[in-house]
Design a protein. Structure first.
Length: 409
């Protein structure tokens, strides 16, 4: 039995932290999060400390391999996405990726005169969301549907806002068809295996970003899903490092056969960062400008698993594989970025990564980029010479402030 008084106290503490951290900026979002009992949308027995954690996501369904298929997002990112959507009373809102809790928050903000539709491709997820919404008093205020979001929502008019709560590799044309001319879409957009939650406002044929946030999401299923190309590099003992390419995978990975058995090369950048300072936009920079960029995992027992102070961001160039590392710097108060490489071209691959670390330090480190999305077939297209990334249904562009002098893709 949930202690309602303790839950209310923890809700107050969470809201105070979300306010302090700038994730809640409006009274409407605060009121919604204060009103909805978060614990009622969690799996039975979930500890209240986990329910009301600032950065805790709670998995609600896994596949046969243990991978998360559905989850309740962390409180901070739910608050941010609600703010990014710029919701007001009376609005009509589509939620792509259901769970119940976020739909209840939306229903609170748009009020009785608003309209909320929450869809998911998984009937089990929809049934669970519907049950939780009914039990919490929101069943009559939220329409839940089992739908493949890639194809839109049948029998529904246009929406003022669309909030996507799964990782999306692209923006489905159906979403744009059902978004009002001045509408907002909030989407965790996957760009070469790095995700940013972007609030876009429609501007004619294109979408222009108004705000961004960092978070990870369960990837979209169905026709809008996107599978990585995965390659395995075995070491001398048969343990594997798995490289995942969102796009731009090398044509011939056999050139890396035996790479992990070669002598390791190291290249250091001279770029340092104080302890405790985030460098997540370096990952975004790699995703946009580092040819051959990949994410990777290392099995226990591999050479990499036994090393220290590395990050799962890599690059394949020629016959070499390299990845991001750091070493102590700034008299122990910070770290220096570098790259370790393996294979015949390991040093060249490490050098390519270090060159982009240095470019990020010069052009992108102290600035925040903006994004735009240009759907295929629109009357206007992405300007030539912009930093652009092709998607199935359009093109994403990234713009760093003009004085940053960012390189062109």
């Amino acid at each position: 039995m949930v202690d309602a008084d303790r839950a209310a106290e923890m809700r107050d503490v969470l809201i105070a932290e979300l306010r302090t951290q700038g994730k809640i900026t409006s009274d409407a979002v605060e009121a919604a999060i204060r009103q909805v009992p978060r614990e009622r949308f969690m799996p039975e027995g979930t500890d209240l400390a986990e329910v009301y954690g600032y950065d805790n996501s709670v998995v609600t369904k896994r596949d046969e391999h243990g991978r998360a298929m559905s989850s309740v997002s962390a409180a901070y990112i739910q608050a941010v996405m609600l703010e990014q959507a710029q919701l007001r009373p009376g609005m009509s809102v589509l939620e792509v990726g259901s769970g119940g809790l976020n739909a209840a928050y939306i229903a609170e903000i748009v009020g009785p005169q608003g309209r909320v539709v929450s869809i998911d491709i998984d009937p089990e997820v929809i049934d669970r969301a519907a049950t939780a919404l009914d039990a919490s008093g929101y069943g009559s205020r939220v329409r839940v549907l089992t739908v493949d979001a890639e194809h839109g929502v049948p029998d529904e008019d246009a929406f003022d806002a669309i909030i996507v709560t799964v990782g999306a590799w692209d923006i489905a044309p159906a979403w744009l068809r059902q978004l009002r001319p001045d509408g907002v879409i909030v989407v965790p957009l996957i760009m070469n295996n790095v995700t940013r939650v972007i609030g876009f406002r429609r501007d004619g044929d294109r979408l222009v970003s108004t705000a961004t946030e960092i978070a990870g999401f369960v990837p979209m299923q169905g026709d809008g899903g996107h599978a990585d190309r995965v390659f395995e590099l075995p070491d001398a003992n048969g343990h594997k490092v798995r490289l995942a390419f969102d796009s731009g995978a090398p044509d011939d990975m056999h050139q890396l056969d035996g790479a992990l058995a070669t002598e390791r090369a190291e290249v250091w950048s001279g770029v340092t960062i104080p302890n405790g300072v985030s460098f997540v936009d370096l990952h975004l920079w790699f995703a946009w400008y580092l040819d051959g960029f990949c994410r990777f995992t290392a099995e226990p027992g591999t050479v990499l698993a036994g090393e220290k102070q590395w990050f799962p961001f890599g690059v394949v160039s020629g016959g070499g594989f390299a990845y991001l590392v750091v070493r102590p710097a700034l008299e122990g108060t910070g770290a220096e970025f570098g790259a370790r490489g393996y294979g015949d071209g390991g040093e060249l691959a490490a050098t390519a990564m270090v060159e982009q670390i240095q470019a990020w330090d010069r052009y992108g480190r102290r600035t925040e980029p903006t994004f735009a999305y240009w759907p295929s077939g629109g009357q206007t297209q992405a300007p030539t010479g912009t930093d652009a990334m092709a998607k199935t249904h359009g093109v994403v562009t990234i713009s760093w402030p003009k004085d940053s002098g960012s390189p062109q893709r």
